[in-house]
Design a protein around this ligand. Structure first.
Ligand SMILES: [Zn+2]
Length: 283
């Protein structure tokens, strides 16, 4: 059976051919990073090249500004959705540079980028990355079920963005950019250790649900019973922790709650306690 050659095996020959040192190639190409945990300067917080990290074109104006005419494709971390220098959407739905659209009609979307970075500083990249993916799915289900309104607001958000030619943008891009501020606010709620514990404890569901309205994620949020995607998210979390505790295998959590970037080997963040064995698990 043929085995696929690992990318790291190509680093040394490529260094000989190109004349660049292996360590410089590793800094330029995340495919050459061989460890998930490293203390090597320059490699911490670089994208982990796996099925969870999307590849998308870099901002077409930044590329042109750097004097590059060819297409530049990047391994994107989940927070790279907007070029604030050019107010251009470069996130979900942009498979070609020409898909990147001007965000002037949706100023709140551009402002949400700063909120997004504040969340990463507060809660840690791993938790915000997971929360952002979950918040996007939850919000998409709410939209399909018409959980929120009014309808004119939704239509306005979904039709505000147009390509330079005047054509409307694709539905996935319109949704991701149109509801980006609410998705970021929901990500903040899901990434919060405090609110996760509140939602999971006895009697904590009501304050957790009220927090959805208080944060202006959905005004007057009233979940659709156990079938509501946000309630289902809480139940899934409880199942993960119960399973890890029951089997006494906390490694399961590091698989389920995967990382987005390479992390430090030493001086791990305290927020990683959520995937570590605890003498008395809090959940
Ligand atoms: Zn740019």
């Amino acid at each position: 059976m043929l085995k696929k050659t690992p990318a790291t095996a190509l680093r040394a020959p490529l260094a000989v051919i190109t004349g660049y040192a292996e360590q410089h190639l590793t800094l330029a190409l995340p495919e050459f990073i061989g460890q998930r945990y490293t203390d090597t300067p320059g490699l911490i917080d670089r994208p982990l090249v796996d099925g969870h990290v999307p590849q998308r074109p870099a901002c077409r104006f930044c590329t042109r500004r750097a004097g590059i005419d060819a297409r530049v494709t990047c391994w994107m971390t989940h927070d790279r959705n907007i070029c604030l220098r050019h107010l251009l959407w470069i996130g979900e739905g942009c498979s070609e540079p020409s898909d990147q659209v001007d965000l002037s009609p949706l100023p709140a979307t551009a402002q949400a980028q700063r909120h997004h970075h504040n969340l990463i500083n507060r809660h840690g990249r791993r938790w915000v990355s997971l929360a952002f993916a979950d918040a996007t799915k939850i919000f998409s289900t709410w939209k399909e079920r018409s959980t929120f309104g009014p309808r004119e607001t939704i239509t306005h958000r979904l039709t505000s963005l147009t390509r330079p030619s005047g054509e409307p943008v694709a539905a996935d891009l319109a949704f991701a950019a149109g509801f980006h501020p609410e998705i970021i606010r929901l990500s903040g709620l899901l990434a919060s250790d405090h609110w996760e514990r509140t939602g999971l404890r006895k009697g904590g569901l009501a304050p957790f649900v009220r927090e959805v309205s208080r944060r202006h994620i959905i005004k007057g949020f009233d979940p659709d019973g156990l079938d509501d995607p946000l309630i289902q998210w809480l139940r899934d979390r409880a199942n993960h922790y119960n399973m890890a505790q029951h089997l006494n295998k906390w490694d399961i959590l590091t698989v389920l709650l995967h990382e987005e970037t390479t992390r430090r080997l030493t001086k791990r963040l305290r927020t990683d306690l959520r995937t570590c064995p605890l003498p008395q698990p809090r959940y």
